[in-house]
Design a protein around this ligand. Structure first.
Ligand code: KIV
Length: 259
């Protein structure tokens, strides 16, 4: 059946009509085509690109040029899904920077952008939204802050963090974000945020009571076997399958007497 193009309004409406949003990362043309053909409504060119594709230790090494390159590849698949891209580390320090960086990602083919943070980046988010660029928020554990925080820590464990998260989520909705990622937020607080705001929450390691779930595709299919976050249930072992197939092919090659 022919699917019609997914827009930010469709994603927002999924919450209103009680449908959970499934979102996954893509970093290139084939993954975008495959996941789009599978029917995933929201695809994110995430800056997890830095680790699972580019081999960096964390996302702080990802540049706008890296993101543009991979957004262009994903956009060539012309997905029916909504294609959102991450604003990389330090590209949204001021409202003017945020708009300039978001425009570059849109120029590369993104249909929305995501950035990490709450009220501390509200002027930047407002500027992006006022520029007509759909925006997805990201609260909880913020991977771009891993160096300052000294690790990937669960958020929402105490009352202060809970209040901060609730207020940030409300602020993101008020400024015009159409969805918000909740990463490593304690499940009760993630559930509370999901009840509080009317835009969909996309949980990652934040329990099942979010309005949808988002994962790094490589984690879901086991294509980056050297590290899998604890909260991910690997659905296949693509790394092991690939190694097995390659070794089988090598045996055939040597059996045929080829070099
Ligand atoms: O970069 C990323 O992949 C993300 C996750 C939320 C999936 O931001």
């Amino acid at each position: 059946m022919e699917r019609s193009k997914i827009t930010p309004a469709h994603v927002r409406d999924m919450k209103r009509s009680g449908r959970k949003v499934a979102a996954l990362t893509v970093h290139d043309y084939p993954s975008t085509r495959l996941l789009d053909e599978a029917g995933v409504p929201l695809l994110l060119v995430g800056d997890s690109l830095g680790m699972v594709v580019l081999g960096f230790p964390d996302t702080t090494h990802v540049t706008l040029e890296h993101m543009e390159h991979h957004v262009r590849a994903a956009a060539r698949a012309r997905p029916t899904a909504l294609l959102v891209a991450d604003l990389p580390y330090r590209t949204y320090e001021t409202p003017a920077d945020a708009v300039a960086a978001a425009r570059r990602l849109v120029g590369a083919g993104a249909e929305g952008v995501k950035a990490e943070g709450g009220r501390e980046i509200l002027p930047q988010i407002r500027a992006v939204v006022e520029d007509g660029i759909p925006f997805v928020g990201h609260l909880g554990m913020l991977p771009q802050h891993v160096l300052e925080e000294g690790g990937y820590r669960i958020k929402g464990r105490d009352e202060v963090q809970r209040q901060v998260l609730l207020a940030d989520a409300e602020a993101l909705e008020a400024v015009g974000a159409f969805a918000v990622v909740l990463e490593l937020v304690t499940p009760p607080v993630a559930a509370e945020i999901s009840r509080l705001i009317s835009i969909p929450t996309l949980g990652i390691g934040s329990g099942l009571d979010c309005d949808g779930q988002i994962l790094v595709t490589m984690d879901l299919v086991g294509a980056f076997p050297w590290f899998t976050p604890k909260f991910v249930r690997k659905r296949m072992d693509a790394g092991a399958l690939m190694t097995g197939v390659v070794q089988e092919w090598m045996r055939e090659v040597s059996g045929a007497g080829l070099p």
